[in-house]
Design a protein around this ligand. Structure first.
Ligand SMILES: NC(=O)c1ccc[n+]([C@@H]2O[C@H](COP(=O)([O-])OP(=O)(O)OC[C@H]3O[C@@H](n4cnc5c(N)ncnc54)[C@H](OP(=O)(O)O)[C@@H]3O)[C@@H](O)[C@H]2O)c1
Length: 324
């Protein structure tokens, strides 16, 4: 990376989120979409033309080997994150990896060990962490405004077309509500309450057998609980609440995207918070640029050990798929 210059991003994959990321880089000066890699040259060219990307590669290997790429963004379906991230690390590149970070905690631990051994930056693209309203929520919690936190509630449900070949439903593409949608809830609970010591879950499978309706209760040593719900077959409120002994925060839908929230004190006094946000993925891109600039190998806001803990919780939840 050249000091003081925008980070030159290499986008690995050309799907929906890669396009959103490339578009959002247009909202920041911290980085530019510099290279793209696809399994086919035609797709790489079409994507590069759309976002004015100078380097276009017909393989992921060629992308990660591009000497002018400063950092790689892995934007393939989750079963490929492990292999694609290792490819990038082996080529000596820092990596931002889409959520869900991997398919399970074992893969996550291995990637993190590889990054640490190579002294390369690695981060889960849990972009919600870096949004302005979440920064404000963290500040209020840190200031003790909520008192002792007793409950977290978070929900994410959307109706997807019943397509067995789609990334959402196909087992071989990492299908399932939890890894795609519930991961936001698990990461949110983790941010507020840390790592749970108890996990209870109930899963109703979707028509392909992957988890389709997934409800979870997480328990913490303090006695606090998190109640998390997700589904791929209904449009649910997509709101979140953090309730403490002195006050609660109600985050408006869609709670994990840029939005507003209300602080409700125990005496019912309400304060509205509506922080400005420009784009959604550019904030995580800015964090990667900041970390690389100051030589951090991981972000203090999305630490790698927490990513492993999130994957461990999701492993435990998904182990209930056969049992319910
Ligand atoms: N942060 C967010 O808000 C957000 C939103 C959606 C998704 N995501 C995450 O981002 C990842 C990608 O999601 P997406 O919605 O962008 O997926 P998508 O639209 O299906 O695109 C995935 C891309 O991965 C590449 N790919 C490599 N092997 C593939 C295979 N066997 N089948 C299909 N595609 C393959 C393809 O690029 P080439 O053909 O060019 O190789 C494809 O365009 C997932 O892990 C997902 O959870 C994050």
């Amino acid at each position: 990376m050249t000091e003081g210059k925008p980070l030159r991003w290499g986008l690995l994959g050309t799907g929906g989120i890669a396009a959103a990321f490339a578009g959002d880089l247009g909202r920041t000066t911290s980085g530019v979409p510099f290279a793209v890699g696809s399994r086919s040259q035609g797709t790489a060219d079409a994507f590069a033309d759309r976002f004015d990307i100078p380097h276009r590669h017909s393989s992921y290997e060629a992308l990660v080997s591009d000497p002018d790429v400063d950092v790689v963004y892995v934007a393939t379906p989750h079963p490929f994150h492990y292999e694609n991230t290792l490819q990038a690390l082996h080529a000596g590149k820092p990596v931002l990896v889409e959520k869900a970070f991997t398919m399970n905690a074992t893969e996550a631990r291995e990637l993190i060990a590889a990054a640490r051994a190579a002294r390369l930056f690695l981060m889960e693209a849990m972009w919600t962490r870096f949004l302005p309203h979440i920064a404000e929520v963290r500040r209020l919690i840190g200031d003790g405004v909520l008192g002792e936190i007793v409950m977290v509630m978070a929900d994410n449900g959307k109706v997807f077309d019943r397509d067995a070949t789609s990334r959402i439903f196909a087992p071989e593409l990492g299908g399932g509500a939890l890894l795609d949608m519930g991961v936001y809830n698990v990461a949110f609970a983790s941010m507020v309450l840390g790592t749970p010591t108890r996990v209870a879950a109930m899963i109703s499978p979707a028509f392909t057998g992957v988890d389709g309706v997934t409800s979870t209760v997480l328990g913490y040593p303090s006695g606090a609980q998190a109640v998390l719900t997700c589904t791929t077959s209904a449009s649910t409120p997509t709101a979140a609440v953090i309730a403490g002994t002195d006050a609660r925060i109600e985050i408006d839908p869609v709670y994990f995207t840029p939005t507003s929230f209300t602080l409700v004190k125990r005496n019912r006094e309400e304060t509205r918070y509506q922080p400005e946000a420009q784009g959604r993925l550019r904030y995580e891109a800015d964090e990667v640029a900041r970390c690389l600039e100051v030589g951090l190998l991981e972000s203090p806001y999305m630490p790698l050990d927490e990513t492993v803990a999130i994957m461990e919780t999701m492993d435990e939840i998904l182990s209930h798929n056969a049992k319910n």
